[in-house]
Ligand binder design. Structure first.
Ligand code: 3AM
Length: 171
């Protein structure tokens, strides 16, 4: 099964991200991420067998994630897949540490795929027709988090949906 680890936004932030996704979609077209799929990917694991997935779920349940606060204040894009996102204008040391800590554990289990660079972002659009964000609303959000979620990405041939498999302990 296809898995990734992510932060899932709390409800009040969720609403604000959803409003930004509407504005971006109106301006840039493409495919708007469904509200229930908005997240920050910390580690994309790819295909994992059922046994390993079960072990990872247990490991995530026993993780203690230090509380953190991420400032989102910028629009950004990844040109090739036409992704429009919101994120931080500056690197975030706590998220970088969390990303490295998770990948150290994943690599300890022989899971490959650690990216050379981690750019924390929340994808709002895919396959956007325009990428520039000149006239989009300002981004001014704080994301308070203390939990990592292991998510199963399910592709039913038409749509992709995300099902949470395990959550770390709330710190
Ligand atoms: O956080 P976002 O939405 O940018 O793009 C996929 C999504 O990231 C990414 O993992 C997240 C959950 O699907 N993803 C999908 N395939 C990937 C791959 N082969 C990938 N990331 C890296 N390598």
């Amino acid at each position: 099964m296809r898995l990734f680890m992510a932060l899932v936004p709390p409800p009040e932030l969720h609403e604000r991200l959803s409003t930004l996704a509407d504005a971006a979609h109106a301006r840039c077209g493409g495919r708007r991420m469904p509200d229930e799929s908005l997240h920050l990917t910390l580690a994309f694991l790819g295909e994992v067998g059922d046994d390993l997935a079960g072990e990872l779920a247990e490991e995530v349940c026993s993780l203690a994630v230090p509380a953190g606060r991420w400032t989102l204040d910028a629009w950004g894009h990844f040109r090739r897949p036409g992704i429009v996102w919101v994120g931080g204008s500056r690197p975030d040391a706590a998220l970088q540490r969390l990303h490295e800590r998770l990948w150290a554990r994943l690599e300890g289990r022989g899971i490959p795929g650690r990216p050379s660079r981690f750019i924390p972002h929340v994808t709002l659009l895919r396959r956007a027709e325009r990428l520039e964000a000149d006239d989009l609303p300002d981004v001014d959000l704080e994301w308070t988090y203390n939990q990592v979620t292991l998510i199963h990405s399910i592709n039913d041939g038409q749509d992709v949906r995300y099902a949470p498999l395990a959550r770390s302990q709330a710190a």
